[in-house]
Design a protein around this ligand. Structure first.
Ligand code: PLP
Length: 477
């Protein structure tokens, strides 16, 4: 995991990227990261060869130029966009999820002898790994979040504070429960919910807050919890992007009263499909479990108010497929190592490129250990960079960098949330959301890589340095 560093002001899908990723992606191999540039290097080329052939020298010159040092004597390599050589020639290893033959064999054994034991094993392993008292596996993240919302036992019409810059998944079950999203803004330096904006948007009907840890960066859960306590709000964490992250040493998912994780194929802990809900207290666990697990209320202690609902439960059936439990269990064992590798790759690139004027990464507090989901989003200050975002992305793409303008569709703008006819309690239009607007106006998305690829990281850093070395001209083009 990446230790947070305080560096204020420092820091997929080819073209402009809009919401619609995640579960709806049909290519499970994280197609969005595939860099189509074919390598011109022979497999035998070593890193040293590459550097000898000009990489290091050129990089030095890019840095000199980029840092404003006199590059006078130095002849800059022309940008690929102007006919120069592409900097990135290595094909990234984008394989994800990374299941093994042993995983396949275990799923095969399940098929020959069907049983549900893997679900119990996964829940026990989860509780041990994260030190949480109650966990219930579900067939996906949406159902685990829906069950968690049901656990809160909120009256119909209750509002849940949630950032519009997030996803619609947990909000559909909220609607079925008669709850209503109260859309709020984000902090444009983190992509995460703004507690300040929550304060402004509280109403007499607000009962809960749902922080979503976007792109693997934890929300400021200490601040969220303080605010929630002051106003008597329940905290439900959407931890679908953030498996294995921590705040002050405490895992994300353990901060709220309830939380839900997705195990969908692109997630940091993928099981192709699946999810888990976690709870701090027994009654929440029992109520949520009774929502979608008809056989389990009979196993609750005799004094449980939910025991009598055995057999029927409350009508939904949200049991995880045991094959998903096998895959999730295997991924849980690898989670920390996977996060370590992904973070290592991001650091190799970001530690270099965030030295360039105008380029920064989302602010991660020093007491947070973040992870990466989906990609490596950065922010561009066009004035400081002296180039527009479009110019930068175009030049980077030509260099072989899989960069894109990163614009996320705000949830409240979808027809489902705008048409009152679908809602018993329709969500209000939040109006202006300047933080979300700013994030959408400044973000650039780079891929993250799930395997060690130091040469590729080096080429990415060089591509940025090369583009920045030309920024005077590029910015005027
Ligand atoms: C933030 C967030 N919450 C919830 C979900 C829903 O998870 P699932 O696709 O497993 O139902 C997703 C899915 O991508 C998500 O991104």
């Amino acid at each position: 995991m990446s230790k947070g560093r305080r560096r204020e002001g420092r820091g997929r899908h080819g073209a402009t990227f809009s919401g619609g990723c995640c579960s709806s992606c049909d290519n499970l191999e994280a197609k969005e990261y595939v860099n189509v540039s074919t390598s011109t290097r022979k497999p035998s080329d070593s890193r040293r060869d590459f550097l000898k052939k000009g990489g290091a020298v050129a990089a030095g010159l890019y840095v000199a130029g980029a840092m404003g040092l006199p590059a006078s004597a130095a002849k800059l390599e022309p940008l690929a966009i102007n006919g120069g050589k592409k900097t990135v020639t290595i094909k990234p290893d984008t394989r994800w999820p990374r299941f093994t033959e042993e995983d396949a064999a275990e799923v095969g054994r399940l098929i020959l002898k069907p049983n549900y034991a893997p679900i119990d094993k996964l829940e026990a392993a989860w509780k041990k790994h994260f030190g949480c008292p109650y966990a219930k596996a579900h067939f996906n993240g949406t159902s685990s979040l829906g069950a968690s919302l049901f656990a809160l036992d909120l009256p119909p019409g209750s509002e849940i504070l949630v950032a519009s810059y997030s996803t619609w998944f947990p909000l559909s079950p909220a609607r079925l429960l008669g709850l209503v999203p109260r859309f709020v803004d984000i902090d444009p330096k983190t992509f995460n919910i703004s507690v300040e904006d929550c304060k402004r948007r509280l109403t007499s009907k607000t009962r809960a807050i749902m922080p979503v840890h976007m792109w693997g960066l934890p929300c400021e859960m200490d601040h969220v919890n303080t605010f929630a306590k002051e106003h008597g709000l329940a905290v439900i964490e959407d931890a679908s992007h953030v498996h294995g992250a921590k705040i002050q040493g405490i895992p994300t998912g353990n901060w709220g009263r309830v939380a839900g994780f997705s195990f969908q194929a692109t997630k940091p802990l993928p099981a192709i499909e699946g999810g888990i809900a976690v709870f701090k207290n027994r009654l929440d666990y029992e109520r949520a479990t009774t929502f979608g697990h008809y056989k389990l209320p009979g196993t609750f202690p005799k004094d449980s108010p939910y025991r009598k609902y055995d057999k029927t439960a409350f009508g939904w059936k949200l049991r995880m497929h045991p094959a998903s439990a096998i895959l999730a269990m295997s991924q849980l064992k690898q989670l920390d190592e996977n996060n370590r590798i992904i973070n290592g790759q991001v650091r190799k690139v970001n530690d270099r490129i965030t030295q360039l004027p105008g380029l920064s990464e989302p602010v991660c507090r020093p007491d947070m250990d973040r992870v990466y989901y989906w990609g490596n989003p950065l922010f561009l200050d066009e004035k400081k960079a002296g180039m527009t975002r479009a110019q930068v992305v175009r030049a980077l793409k030509a260099e072989g960098v899989d960069a894109s303008v990163f614009e996320w569709t705000l949830v409240h703008t979808f027809p489902f949330f705008r048409e009152a006819k679908w809602w018993n309690h329709a969500p209000a239009d939040p109006g202006e959301l300047p933080g979300s607007k700013r994030a959408n106006a400044t973000a650039i998305l780079l891929p993250k890589w799930n395997a060690e690829q130091p040469e590729l990281c080096e080429q990415y850093a060089q591509a940025f340095e090369k583009v920045w070395a030309h920024r005077d001209k590029l910015g005027k083009a």
